[in-house]
Design a protein. Sequence first.
Length: 290
Amino acid sequence: MQFFATQLLNGLTAGVVYAMLAVGYSLVYGILQQINFAHGYVYMFGTFVTASLITSGSPLWLAIAAGLVAGAVIAIVIERFAYRPVRGNRLAPTVTAVGVGLIIENVAQLIWTSRIRPMPFPFQADIIRLGPVVLSPLQILVAAVGLAMAALLWVISTKTDLGRAMRAVKDDLATAELMGVPVDRVVVTVYVLGALFGVVGGILYGAYYNTLSVTMGFSGTLNAFTATVIGGIGSVWGAFAGGLFLGVLQAMVTGYVSSALLNTVTFTLLIAFLLFRPTGIAGVQVASRP
């Protein structure tokens, strides 16, 4: 029972991280029906910027802020020069996203090499025991940040002019533009929001597992995309649910079977949902645009 509870907590912690990464996919797809496969590489780069500044002795808040800014700037550049020129094309943005992701990974490898390194995160506190369950302060931090980010997204999407503009663009981009909605600005903001969620998730992932690698962009892309498909592509809250589900499943596979099967289980789950439940748990269907 104690082992099960420990694995469950580990899975929920990883699931919160996957959920934050999956938000970027759901936001972009919900509005543009485009899978942003460069998303994982953007969060990887921002996380490495944060880690490098912490290592150099910068204050934690400054390092995190710089990582968020780096992720946001890369997202803006990608949207403006790689995605916007081919907006409306079904295939071109996906191919472009894969190419951009590989470019980001290669640049990161030139800067930081391919060596796996620890994540310097100055957060130390005693563990908390709740009966047979041992709770890490980092797990509490991850959960608290995840809930705070979810609350922030809810406020933005339901209580602000930006949220209303996002819903208008999602319903009909062409009509929204005719009605005076600044479509390009809304789209850029969506990419930036996705990047910010991703970088926060990447920093927490690195801090929790104490490991960083330039290849984490691919694994992050795989896990976040799978979580998005499970929850329902286009549903932000479905993405959160899918992230939690995937994190718990992977933790149970690691604890009771073998960590060598993680990618096998993840890909199998992805294929199964695409074949038998393509709308995901949330059952969201996005109307096709001409």
